[in-house]
Design a protein around this ligand. Structure first.
Ligand SMILES: [Ca+2]
Ligand SMILES: [Ca+2]
Ligand SMILES: [Ca+2]
Ligand SMILES: [Ca+2]
Length: 265
């Protein structure tokens, strides 16, 4: 219980700092021409005459008025009890009223377009079909969450030598380009015994190769196979999706140069 409290107060502290910075930097010019010296978290107006107009009773980064609109509890900083503050969830594009929907532990950014993606199919030029699979953190990861990223999907298996050989290089691509909105997703179809990977198998793969991107259990290669013509899968497979999840390379070889080209503004 004490650990939970410490974590909560730390998270709250950093969120409040963030909110305060945002308010200071993004405020519109004050109507009365006097800069608001009374900037508090959740106070996004510039008046000094009515600072109580935007009260944040529970200190979660959302004003009481905003919480009324969202249907969250203005006296509870974490309405759905998933460990993430209401304000933190709104900033992170997750639902503060649904405990199953929350930011990723690893900090992978969830894009605002996640609920607006129109999935088409798995051919070149189409918006890839969605999937949700277990990650090395024991969480479900959904492709749509990265709708505003360039996404590289890599089909692999624990027993696959060439997959092992390229894994550290791909881990480096992600680390080098994460800030430019690259997401690399490893789809692990089987463990070394040819079985569906457990969470421990996913963790082992990630730790062995210094991977910070999602490593997902793709039971029986179900997602990997969507992009393959015929019955034979030659591992590793690579699919490159542009922003909007539009398929640019389907079951082909992808170079870092190709990835960088898509990342260019
Ligand atoms: Ca609040
Ligand atoms: Ca609240
Ligand atoms: Ca929450
Ligand atoms: Ca939630």
């Amino acid at each position: 219980m004490s650990i939970t409290r410490v974590t909560m107060s730390l998270a709250m502290g950093s969120l409040l700092t963030l909110m305060a910075c945002t308010a200071t930097q993004l405020d519109d010019l004050p109507e009365d021409g006097v800069e608001d010296t009374n900037v508090v978290p959740g106070d996004d107006d510039d008046d000094t005459t009515n600072p109580a107009g935007d009260v944040d009773s529970d200190g979660d980064g959302l004003t009481d008025a905003e919480e009324d609109e969202l249907g969250t509890d203005k006296d509870n900083p974490d309405t759905d009890g998933d460990g993430y503050l209401d304000g933190e969830e709104v900033l992170g594009n997750t639902n503060p009223n649904n405990a199953d929907d929350h930011p990723y532990q690893a900090g992978w950014t969830i894009d605002a377009c996640r609920n607006d993606v129109q999935h088409e199919g798995n051919q070149l030029g189409q918006v890839a079909q969605d999937f949700t699979l277990l990650s090395q953190y024991g969480e479900d990861v959904t492709l749509s969450d990265f709708c505003d990223d360039v996404v590289l999907l890599v089909g692999s298996a624990s027993w696959c030598g060439p997959c092992q050989a390229e894994a550290p290089e791909l881990a480096g691509w992600f680390d080098d380009h994460e800030q430019q909105d690259l997401m690399v997703i490893t789809l692990l179809g089987e463990n070394i015994y040819g079985q569906t990977p457990s969470r421990a198998d996913l963790q082992e793969w990630a730790q062995s190769f210094g991977i910070h991107h999602p490593v997902l259990a793709d039971s029986n290669f179900q997602v990997t196979a969507r992009f393959i013509d015929g019955n034979q899968i030659a591992l590793p497979t690579m699919q490159l999706l542009d922003r909007g999840l539009v398929i640019q390379v389907r079951d082909g070889w992808v170079s870092e140069g190709q990835v960088e080209q898509l990342l260019m503004p």
